[in-house]
Design a protein around this ligand. Structure first.
Ligand SMILES: O=C(O)C(=O)Cc1ccccc1
Length: 283
């Protein structure tokens, strides 16, 4: 029987945080398309081998993932949603391995950076960066490593048969990563949006960006994010990636018309529903 499950491309393998993000957005009934790079997720979408892709864009501790902004613009697939995932990190190894046996800790750089306190407490542990948290967990299982542990999530421990030696070793317990969901133009479904991701350039002169922000203010548009990126080959010129939120569609429509005259190379990367945090997470 033909499957109707959405095929979702992620950078990483099953049980990575990208898959967790995909589950949060689509539910658990998806087909995960494992990729070795962010670029490959876009290529899968382009080739029709995936229906959606999920891509981390920022973290409230590590900040923006800048190369992913370039991918957003160069492939031009519409953003159709966002999801925030709390990053809870556990130390895991082969069952039976004792903490004293461990010489090496392996994980994704973003996870490692979020465990500073743990590494300060254990300065003798060697740290090895890798492509994704789940792949680190899987490698320990596949190669039966008794001197190495991974930092990854609960699901990774479960599906790669590892034992958690220490729970929640992230330094900051309110650590979230924001992921964007993208699809092809044909897959976009018309839904009521209250958030948009925009990209534009302004003239390199006094007050140029201010004029845009003034329109947002006049139309009661909340700017939830602004990120500048250099325009390649043009010294001192920047493009701005901006996320905006609104309560009334009319405000957004008027704001778009209003800012057009102050911007160039204007792009709507996507209009979508902002992510609503589940009750239990906000406590
Ligand atoms: O390595 C993973 O599991 C990823 O999906 C990348 C990542 C790592 C840490 C926080 C958020 C995303």
């Amino acid at each position: 029987m033909e499957t109707q499950k959405p095929r979702v491309a992620i950078q990483g393998i099953r049980a990575s945080f990208h898959e967790e993000a995909a589950f949060r957005f689509f539910g658990n009934d998806i087909t995960t398309v494992e990729c070795t790079s962010f670029k490959q997720t876009f290529e899968k979408l382009k080739a029709g081998e995936a229906d959606y892709l999920v891509m981390a864009i920022e973290n409230n501790i590590a900040g923006s993932i800048l190369p992913n902004y370039n991918l957003l613009l160069s492939y031009n697939f519409p953003v159709v949603g966002e999801v925030y995932v709390p990053i809870q990190l556990h130390l895991m190894g082969l069952p039976g391995v004792a903490f004293e046996q461990i010489t090496t800790v392996t994980s994704h750089p973003m996870a490692i950076r979020q465990c500073d306190d743990f590494f300060n407490d254990h300065p003798n542990l060697k740290v090895v960066e890798s492509s994704d948290t789940a792949a680190c967990a899987k490698r320990i299982r596949d190669e039966q490593l008794t001197d190495t542990v991974a930092i990854a999530n609960n699901l990774a421990a479960r599906i790669y048969d590892l034992q958690i030696l220490e729970r929640r070793i992230e330094s900051n317990k309110k650590n979230f990563t924001r992921f964007l969901i993208m699809t092809t133009q044909e897959n976009v479904q018309k839904t009521a949006a209250d958030k948009a991701s925009l990209c534009f350039e302004v003239r390199n002169e006094a007050g140029a960006l201010f004029k845009v922000l003034e329109v947002f203010k006049e139309e009661n548009i909340n700017m939830s994010k602004i990120q500048s990126m250099p325009v390649l080959g043009k010294r001192d010129e920047y493009k701005f990636y901006v996320d905006v939120e609104w309560e009334a569609q009319g405000n957004y429509d008027r704001a778009l018309r209003g800012i057009l005259k102050f911007t160039h190379n204007f792009n709507i990367l996507g209009e979508y529903k902002r992510y609503e945090e589940e009750e239990s997470e906000s406590r």
